[in-house]
Design a protein around this ligand. Structure first.
Ligand code: SAM
Ligand code: SF4
Length: 367
């Protein structure tokens, strides 16, 4: 019996944020949403027979903003998952949402459907920053929504925070984290802003003013210290959790375990093959409505050398790092000597200083 994770992409948001390049369609087109959920159900039916004796121990409904789906659509989706795939008793079932789209009543329905983990976008507590990002909620609304999720019975809550943002200061970031920690989430993701070409931020070019590089590094280091002090241990470069609340689904990606992705822009890794679906909801729905499988836009079987490189690239994102061998120890000796990496038994991992320049070090190691 093989274990696998399921990722379902829900490509809808009320409004696009100025920094975000995740594939999603803004607005409230309920007819399109309904067609999409039906298409997903058709896809699950077709794939269920190909999964052999695999059991799913993690499910991640991500986006976009899956929390904006109606109660009826969420019910159809969850029934589709349970009818077509074998889930383990203790499967971790996560749904991504944000404060602008869900309330206590909807959270209760989600909980009843078996969803047992929520990941909520907070980004910042500062109103000026939230406004620049194009977010549709205040910090106050985030805190209210968070409380509603708790009252609805969620005992595994995660929040996303961003740093290196326009108009953000070190003081502002630490205040954001303090306010979040006071709400006592089990898990916190903290992402450095990546300026994506195809977004309003990307199109601003030089006009986008960001904290300088030294400040960005200081932000990461100080945030890391505050989170560790507060009981959130870093288990991946951007992810912090109370013990036992690490995201089991996301760990799959970094450990190179199997996952099946459904929906446009989703990625899969099954039987050693990586493939993804193109960023087009229309093509995806039309194919399934016409009784065809959606076309994939890339389909790669990795060579053993590529798989090794991937192991290094993904594994070194984890605080536990990767198992060391003679070749690697030789390549890493200067990074170890100068404190960018450390030995942990038979493993090697980045230190905080190493995480700050991990892209440069990885480029060197994978040359
Ligand atoms: C796919 S989004 C889903 C969350 C939900 N839709 C929301 O916005 O609240 C997951 C997270 O990715 C992060 N993110 C998106 N674009 C980013 C970027 N360009 N740079 C850094 N983090 C980004 C944000 O923190 C966001 O909450
Ligand atoms: S950050 Fe979330 S709400 Fe904003 S555009 Fe991206 S997926 Fe949508």
């Amino acid at each position: 019996m093989k274990r696998i994770g399921l990722y379902i992409h829900i490509p809808f948001c009320l409004q696009k944020c100025a920094y975000c390049d995740f594939y999603s369609i803004p607005g409230r087109d309920e007819a399109l949403q309904k067609r999409y959920i039906n298409a997903l159900t058709l896809h699950m039916k077709t794939l269920s027979a190909t999964m052999g004796d695999r059991v799913f121990d993690t499910v991640y409904i991500g986006g976009g903003t899956p929390g904006l789906l109606s109660v009826e659509m969420l019910t159809t989706l969850m029934n589709g998952i349970k009818d077509n795939f074998k889930l383990t008793e203790d499967a971790e079932i996560t749904l991504e949402t944000n404060p602008a789209v869900a309330d206590e009543a909807k959270f209760r329905v989600m909980r009843g459907l078996g969803i047992n983990r929520l990941s909520m976008g907070m980004q910042s507590s500062e109103q000026a920053v939230l406004k620049t990002l194009g977010r549709l909620h205040t910090f106050h609304q985030f805190a209210e929504t968070f409380g509603e999720a708790r009252r609805a019975g969620f005992d595994n809550l995660s929040a996303d925070v961003m740093y290196a943002l326009p108009r953000q200061t070190l003081k502002g970031l630490l205040e954001t984290l303090r306010l979040l920690i006071a709400l006592s989430p089990e898990h916190i993701s903290m992402y450095g802003l990546k300026v994506e070409e195809n977004t309003p931020f990307g199109r601003m070019g030089e006009r986008l003013t960001l904290p300088d590089e030294d400040t960005q590094c200081e932000m990461y280091e100080r945030a890391y210290e505050l989170l560790e002090e507060s009981g959130y241990h870093r288990y991946e470069i951007s992810n912090f959790a109370r013990s036992g609340y690490e995201s089991r689904h996301n760990l799959r990606y970094w450990r190179r375990e199997e996952y099946l992705g459904l929906g446009p822009a989703s990625h899969s890794f099954v039987d050693g093959v990586r493939y993804s679906y193109p960023r087009s909801i229309e093509d995806y729905i039309t194919a399934l409505e016409q009784g065809r499988l959606p076309e994939v836009d890339s389909h790669v079987t990795l060579t053993p050398a590529e798989a090794k490189d991937e192991e290094i690239m993904l594994g070194l994102r984890l605080s536990d790092g990767i198992v060391i061998n003679d070749d690697l120890i030789e390549k890493c000796k200067n990074y170890l000597r100068y404190g960018f990496m450390e030995r942990k038994g038979n493993r090697i991992a980045f230190t905080t200083k190493g995480f700050l320049v991990s892209n440069t070090i990885l480029a060197d190691l994978l040359e």
